[in-house]
Every structure is written in C-alpha cells, then in structure tokens.
Ligand binder design. Structure first.
Ligand SMILES: [Zn+2]
Length: 220
C-alpha cells in the first residue's frame, strides 16, 4: 500500500504519517528528513543537495525524485510506505508516477487532510510571548490565565508579526496543496478527503478506515 498524505501545515499530517507507519510497519518517508539524511551521509546525491541547501536554494525536483526513488527501492519500503511532504506540485506528482511506473508500481491512495482555515490559523498562529521574561504561551495548547498577561511575571504579552492571524493566513494560502495536484489524484479516483479537525485518534481512525476501503487493499 503506497500512501501519500497531503495537507496544509497544521493539519497534523506528519503526526498521522508516523502513527500509520508504526501501525502498519511501513516506513514514514518525509522528503525533508530524507534530504537531511543524504546530506549527513555524504552520498553523491547528498553532496549535490548540500550545494543547493547551503545557498538557501530549493533542491530541484529531479534531484529529489532521484533520491526518493532510491529510498523507495529499499527493502523496508517493498510492501508499503507513507510519503509526507511530497509531492507538493502537479509536476512532482507526475515525476513520482513515472518513476514508480518504471517498477510497475503506483500510488494507491492520496489522503488530503482538511482542516478549516480558521482552525489552522489558530493552530499555527496563536503564539504569544512575554515582553518581560520571554515566557511563551499558545491560545490553544498553553493559554495564559489572564489574556494578554504573563502568568509568571505579570508582564505584557505580545505577538510576533509571524504569528499574527493575517500573516499566518497569507502564508497558509501558499502552503496548501494546489488544486491541480488534488485533481491529479481525484482523476485517478485515489483522492480521499479526511476531516482533520477532530482529535488525533479520530483522524487516525478515519485514515485506517480509508485504507481498509481502498481498491486493491490486501491489508485488512
Ligand atoms: Zn513574563
């Protein structure tokens, strides 16, 4: 079972990728981790990657696909994998399809984890700092007892520009999976939408259910 998890930042897709990988015994392949590992190991592809990273440039698609295909050929990925952070564009999806087709393989399911924008903005933003002692609060996970006031020292709380709702919303628009990418998988009847606004366990249950219903599923 070859899975892709799509979703904006804050949808919890990395967490879910980890949970699914552990439950089914498939590797969780995050392209970010994979690139960092290749650089650390100093492989040929890793050296090429480092050149781009050192310049703060994007690593070109063909390099990422090459690395990914090598990774997917490792024995631990033979029966399945959970891909997180890739593809981000239609071109990347097409490149991945092509590379897998060379081995007579294909992506089985692309899950799109959907969380309403307002909730994502609350999750991703919502961070407040104390001007006086630097204590960090979060509106959802660690709210101050009195809004705007540090519970430790009584100092004033403020938001960095990066954490302000408008900034978060604007950034989010650019980080959501593009419509043509979703259409790519929808057109192959492989796109499953999952409600990511629930608790972690509920989202996992929906994903597991989706896997059990998937065409050609041999795992349930
Ligand atoms: Zn404080």
């Amino acid at each position: 079972m070859y899975l892709i998890l799509l979703g904006a930042p804050g949808t919890g897709k990395g967490t879910q990728a980890n949970i699914l990988a552990e439950r089914f015994g498939w590797p969780h392949i995050s392209t970010g981790d994979m690139l960092r590992e290749a650089v650390a190991q100093g492989t040929e592809l890793g050296k090429a990657t480092k050149g781009y990273m050192d310049q703060g440039a994007l690593v070109p698609d063909d390099l990422v696909v090459k690395m990914l295909v090598e990774r997917l050929k490792q024995p631990d990925a033979a029966k399945g994998f959970v891909l997180d952070g890739y593809p981000r564009t239609l071109a990347q999806a097409a490149a991945l399809d092509e590379a897998l087709a060379d081995d007579k393989k294909a992506i089985d399911i692309a899950f799109n984890i959907v969380v309403p924008d307002d909730e994502l903005v609350r999750r991703l933003g919502g961070r407040w700092l104390c001007r006086n002692c630097g204590a960090i609060y979060h509106e959802i996970t660690n709210p101050p007892l009195t809004p705007g006031k540090c519970g430790r020292c009584g100092g004033e709380l403020y938001q960095r520009d990066d954490d302000k709702p408008d900034t978060v919303r604007a950034r989010l628009e650019k980080q959501k999976p593009p419509e043509d990418l979703m259409q790519h998988y929808r057109g192959k009847a492989k796109l499953f939408e999952i409600d990511g606004s629930e608790e972690v366990d509920g989202v996992t249950a929906a994903l597991v259910h989706g896997i059990s219903e998937a065409p050609g599923n041999v795992w349930s």
